[in-house]
Design a protein around this ligand. Structure first.
Ligand SMILES: Nc1ncnc2c1ncn2[C@@H]1O[C@H](COP(=O)(O)OP(=O)(O)OP(=O)(O)O)[C@@H](O)[C@H]1O
Length: 254
């Protein structure tokens, strides 16, 4: 499994109001790698993720998964958004079973697959509940299980814990890591949070005004502790890079 992003450019708007959002973005994702895309608000993180998902196309450059150009959405690339986007009229189990059903599995097979992933995210007891009966963190876990039930090679996550309170967010980080360690799917995770990136990533791409300003491998042993000296020094390096970013591009960073 490989991901190769080469010289990707993307603009929005017409000639007069054209905004060049991604500028020559290139990077390579390795098998089973956990990549975090970190940057201030508006630097192009979600745009990049949308291109990786195939929801939009680059103006120039290519995105290849296993040597094939990404030309639209595909089950091999699962997406988890900040807003969980579950169907409120389906039970938790049926939300997760939807992917396998669409793939042509029988109802009972699809539910069996869904049960496995529900167990993986620790929510077996919620199978027959509806999304409205769940907390934010639980909904996000269902969203993750739903994406994983399609057995993606790449899991694309756009600020998936951004709307959660800090304690739930920390729990979800740990849980995501333990799920990833079991499945070893490639994960591409968009975040504003330096802490989150250093805790999770094998590789951090820091984006600055549409460009990859830093592509850094993090080899720190897991589980990582935020009071560990190396954790602190990597965080400071990322912080100081982000602080050099033009004031007008600054958003919220934690
Ligand atoms: N469909 C679109 N049409 C026009 N402009 C867009 C579109 N999508 C994104 N943009 C612009 O591209 C820029 C980058 O947006 P993007 O959502 O990728 O940033 P981001 O880094 O994900 O920000 P945030 O962290 O706030 O979500 C922004 O200026 C945004 O207004």
């Amino acid at each position: 499994m490989s991901l190769v992003v080469s010289d990707v450019n993307k603009s929005f708007g017409d000639d007069e109001s054209k905004k060049h959002v991604l500028k020559n973005v290139s990077f390579v994702g390795k098998e089973n790698e956990f990549i975090c895309i970190l940057g201030h608000s508006g630097c192009g993180k979600s745009t990049l993720l949308n291109l990786l998902a195939g929801f939009a196309k680059p103006d120039e450059g290519t995105i290849k998964v296993n040597n094939t150009i990404v030309s639209g959405p595909h089950r091999e690339r699962g997406v988890v958004f900040q807003e969980h986007a579950l169907f409120p009229w389906y039970t938790v189990l049926d939300n997760i079973a939807m992917g396998p059903s669409l793939e042509g599995r029988s109802k009972s097979e699809a539910r069996k697959i869904a049960t496995t992933y529900l167990e993986l995210v620790g929510l077996s007891e919620c199978a027959n509940q509806y999304p409205s009966q769940l907390s934010g963190g639980m909904k996000q876990r269902v969203g993750i299980a739903r994406a994983l039930a399609n057995k993606p090679n790449i899991l694309l996550m756009d600020e998936p814990f951004g709307a959660l309170d800090i304690l739930t967010r920390e729990t979800m980080r740990r849980e995501l890591l333990s799920i990833w360690m079991k499945l070893k799917t490639m994960v591409i995770f968009v975040t504003h949070s330096i802490d989150e990136a250093v805790y999770l990533a094998d590789r951090v791409l820091v984006m600055k005004d549409g460009e990859v300003a830093l592509n850094k491998e993090i080899t720190l042993e897991r589980p990582r502790k935020s009071d560990h000296s190396e954790f602190i020094s990597i965080s400071k390096e990322l912080q100081s890079l982000l602080e050099t970013i033009n004031e007008s591009n600054k958003g919220v960073l934690t």
